[in-house]
Design a protein around this ligand. Structure first.
Ligand code: GLU
Length: 474
């Protein structure tokens, strides 16, 4: 049987890091075993729906390079939206009612609140008291004609539900602890639990891989599979994502949306690599993986049980690695919007590439690049201390002589300029710090900075002459 997995997000906002991890692991597994991955939009909760969630998800998947084999593309294939499949769920709820696996419930939210309060004060399991299960069938018929109602599943009484999770092994729970879950809501839409099981079966899903927060719901799903006499898929529940203090990863402690990390200038490759390691361990020392390598090395057996800590410092470190190793043209393309956003004139492509090549070695994110590159684009802003230093005798005579020699050098380049500077330095017996500090401060605004030939090649002769002239007192 062909392996089929699915990513089944609810369109309730931007794609989160946790959602990306679920999508990624499903994708990796599908690729590894030559199976298929479905994207299914679980939009049955009309109250939580947020405009553009699906578009956001699809555009992020494209940026990150995760492709789905089935599902809504940007032209919206409706059959993978649960809200377009209500007829299907209706058909299956009828089957459950007919076999007395489901029943209508007319209880008001006021009554349900009262039951809950009573159970809580008696320290009992909070669950529906099955009031409507005892109603006479004639009464049910009458009520259905005039009242609003839901359909609940009838959990078997006092049975042990046992199933296997590929990460957690055997899991067992007694039915006494389970509530008669609502399957169809009063608005006619199915709940997540019902639609999820029906669709996983109908779409041929063989492996259900999702976040651990869904583990407590799984026994109810197992019972539904049993009601329909359907074969169970394999379950894989992924460990929770945690903040540093081991609380559940949340917006309160930083960004959780993938888009926010892209906006901050993290590279798709770094995000993928980082997210892949949030709960999966290759069991060797290797830390850097391309998406392709991940599809080869990923395995369910190396998914951990314990929560995975989201360490932003590690993401920054990974990102700086990818910035260093990736092609300058590629980085320049990704960096462009960050410069334009700061209104920097990057129209000189050759200069921009030289700058990117330099700054990509020195920053953690694309967003840090404009600041790092600023000294090449804008007039330098010297501190008083720097001005005092440059106004001293030695720096003045040194810079003046370098300027004169440079002006007289018709075909200068970075290395030649460095040699000129060293020759002048030698003449005045200035070398090392005494030579390069004044020069770097004059040209770059800081004693530590790029090598002189790099500064020269980026700024070019005219700008070097301008910058030297600016600090020389006539
Ligand atoms: N719609 C659920 C979610 O938003 C999917 C859970 C599952 O994969 O079963 O996470």
């Amino acid at each position: 049987m062909e392996t089929k997995v699915r990513f089944a997000p609810s369109p309730t906002g931007k794609l989160h890091i946790g959602g990306l991890r679920t999508a990624l692991y499903n994708y990796l597994y599908a690729k590894k075993v030559d199976g298929k991955i479905i994207l299914r939009i679980e939009d049955t909760d009309q109250t939580r729906k947020i405009e553009n969630s699906v578009e956001n998800l699809i555009s992020i998947s494209n940026i990150i390079n995760i492709e789905f084999d089935e599902g809504p593309t940007l032209n919206n294939d409706k059959s993978y939206f649960q809200s377009e499949r209500l007829d299907i769920y209706n058909k299956y709820i009828k089957y459950l009612i007919k076999h007395r696996y489901a029943y209508p419930c007319f209880c008001t939210s006021k009554r349900l609140d009262l039951i809950r309060q009573k159970q809580a004060s008696n320290k009992e399991t909070i669950k529906y008291d099955r009031h409507c299960l005892k109603l006479d069938s004639e009464i049910v018929k009458q009520k259905m004609a005039v009242e609003s109602y839901v359909f609940r599943m009838k959990i078997p009484s006092d049975e042990e539900i046992v199933f296997y999770d590929m990460v957690r092994d055997k899991i067992s729970i007694n039915c006494m602890e389970l509530d008669d879950q609502i399957l169809i809501k009063s608005d006619g839409y199915p709940t997540y639990h019902f639609a999820n099981v029906i669709d996983d079966h109908l779409m041929g899903v063989t492996h259900v891989m999702r976040g651990e927060e869904w583990l407590p719901s799984t026994p109810k799903h197992v019972i539904l599979y049993d009601f329909f006499d359907w074969r169970l898929p394999k379950f894989i529940h992924l460990p929770l994502l945690l903040n540093h203090d081991r609380t559940k990863l949340s917006k309160r402690q930083g960004d959780v949306a993938v888009e926010d990390y892209l906006k901050k200038g993290f590279l798709p490759d770094a995000i993928i690599n980082f997210v892949a390691l949030l709960g999966w361990n290759p069991k060797n020392e290797k830390e850097f993986f391309t998406l392709e390598e991940l599809t080869k090395e990923f395995s369910i057996k190396n998914i951990q049980k314990s929560g995975a800590i989201f360490d932003i410092k590690k993401l920054e470190w990974m990102n700086s690695h990818y910035l260093k190793i990736k092609d300058v043209n590629e980085i320049a393309k990704l960096a462009e919007p960050f410069f334009l956003n700061k209104n920097m004139d990057i129209s000189n492509v050759e200069k921009f590439l030289l700058i990117i090549n330099h700054v990509k070695q020195r920053v953690n994110t694309l967003a840090e690049m404009p600041k790092e590159a600023k000294r090449f684009y804008e007039e330098l802003d010297f501190s008083n201390e720097q001005l005092n230093f440059l106004n001293k005798n030695d720096p003045q005579k040194l810079l003046k002589a370098i300027l004169i020699k440079l002006k007289n050098e018709p075909n200068c380049d970075g290395n030649k300029f460095k040699n000129i500077s060293m020759d002048v330095g030698e003449k005045y017996n200035l070398k090392g710090k005494d030579l390069f500090h004044p020069l770097r401060i004059a040209l770059y605004g800081s004693p530590d900075g790029p090598d002189i030939p790099i500064i020269y090649s980026i700024l070019e002769k005219n700008e070097i002459i301008n910058r030297l002239s600016r600090v020389i007192n006539e």
